[in-house]
Design a protein around this ligand. Structure first.
Ligand code: SF4
Ligand code: SF4
Length: 371
């Protein structure tokens, strides 16, 4: 018995694939499946999060629809994955956000915060909101207030996602000490940073036209590394502020601005590329009920970058006040919706890769021991 119909269907497919094994060279899912004879809910959630949705096994399968066996691994894994995000969400009361229109929620949150900041500043002194301040953001909002509000939102997101990680790890039956296994973590980092299993077994992702391309992997890289560079920019600026007492605004050729600009450009190109790539995918192998969740996250990343870069370019003009309010509104909305949207896929997929690296290593060591 499984907790949901989706997991029951995933069990049926994995049992069938385990007899066939035609796709074992395509990705990590099939070798991980072959290490099992039966599939508990935790195993299926692990396999679902290990799947990168490249679509190769759907295109290659002789039993995919219209065959009566109706084998559609990418779609069922995508559905199981989405349902697992809800099952692991903290607090559970907010889990339905994964199914709701995430973009609408994010935009409403962003606009509300932006209007509140702009209104508050204008109420105290309109000249501050519409004045020029040589890029000094703290004329509108003191640094400590900014840190308290946005640091609080960020810490909330980290805590909520950490609770999700705990639930996932428990569900798949992994002990906490796996996190201390250097070789597994290192292998997972290499696989995640290169998106090794998004290559459809070497040919690329399958699309509507059944012509594989590497577009999704390329735009994922722009998005992921763009995000990491923006994060690095904020971290360096924090060290400058608290470690050296160097206050923003930083010069154009300073490290925080260079990192933020390159990262920001990546976060413009990546999300747009992924949205276009998504529109070319075959809907038959996707979980179309969760498209809103994917789109919301990509749009919010794009808007964060767009408003951040606009703020950098226009920071010496009278537009800075309004742009800062809008940018902060978007960043706040991004942070508070992060644990209930597509962002979590990167975390669970990385954890699944850690477990796979460990299982693979143990299998190889076992085989070497019996040889
Ligand atoms: S997806 Fe189809 S071809 Fe691939 S292992 Fe499963 S049953 Fe076999
Ligand atoms: S869709 Fe791609 S990653 Fe997912 S199981 Fe099939 S081949 Fe593996």
């Amino acid at each position: 018995m499984h907790a949901t119909n989706t997991l029951a269907e995933a069990d049926r497919l994995m049992t069938l694939c385990n007899s066939c094994r035609y796709c074992e060279g395509l990705c990590a899912v099939f070798p991980a499946m072959e290490m099992r004879r039966e599939f508990l809910d935790g195993d299926l959630n692990y396999l679902a999060n290990l799947c990168h949705s490249c679509g190769a096994c759907y295109a290659d399968c002789q039993f995919s629809p219209p065959h009566e066996f109706n084998v559609n691994v990418p779609k069922v894994m995508a559905q199981a994955r989405s349902e697992s995000y809800e099952a692991y969400a903290w607090p559970q009361a907010l889990a339905p956000m994964f199914r709701q229109n995430g973009l609408k929620i994010s935009i409403v949150a962003a606009v509300s915060v932006a209007v509140f900041i702009a209104g508050f500043v204008a109420w105290r002194d309109p000249a501050v909101l519409f004045g020029t301040h040589a890029g000094n953001f703290y004329r509108l909002m003191p640094h400590n207030t900014m840190v308290a509000i946005f640091g609080g939102a960020f810490l909330y997101a980290i805590f909520a996602m950490a609770m999700g990680v705990r639930a996932f790890w428990k569900d798949i039956g992994e002990p906490a000490k796996t996190f201390t296994e250097g070789p597994s973590l290192w292998q997972a980092m290499k696989d995640a940073s290169s998106l090794r299993y998004l290559d459809g077994g070497g040919v690329g992702c399958m699309n509507e036209s059944e012509r594989p391309t590497d577009n999704r992997r390329i735009y994922h890289h722009f998005t992921f590394y763009g995000f990491m560079l923006c994060f690095a920019s904020t971290s360096v600026a924090t060290i400058y502020h608290y470690g050296f007492g160097w206050q923003a605004p930083y010069p154009v050729f300073s490290l925080p601005v260079i990192l933020g600009t390159i990262g920001g450009i990546g976060l413009l190109i990546g999300p747009v590329g992924l949205l276009i790539a998504k529109s070319h995918r075959d809907p038959a192998m996707m979980d179309t009920s969760r498209t809103g969740m994917d789109v919301a996250f990509l749009v919010m990343l794009f808007l964060t970058s767009l408003t951040g870069l606009a703020l950098l370019i226009l920071r010496d003009t009278a537009a800075m006040g309004m742009l800062l309010a809008i940018h902060l509104g978007v960043v706040f909305a991004l942070f508070v919706t992060m644990p209930y949207g597509k962002f979590v896929h990167g975390i669970y997929r990385f954890l699944a890769l850690v477990r796979y690296a460990k299982e693979k290593r143990m299998l190889e060591e076992g085989e070497a021991g019996t040889a």
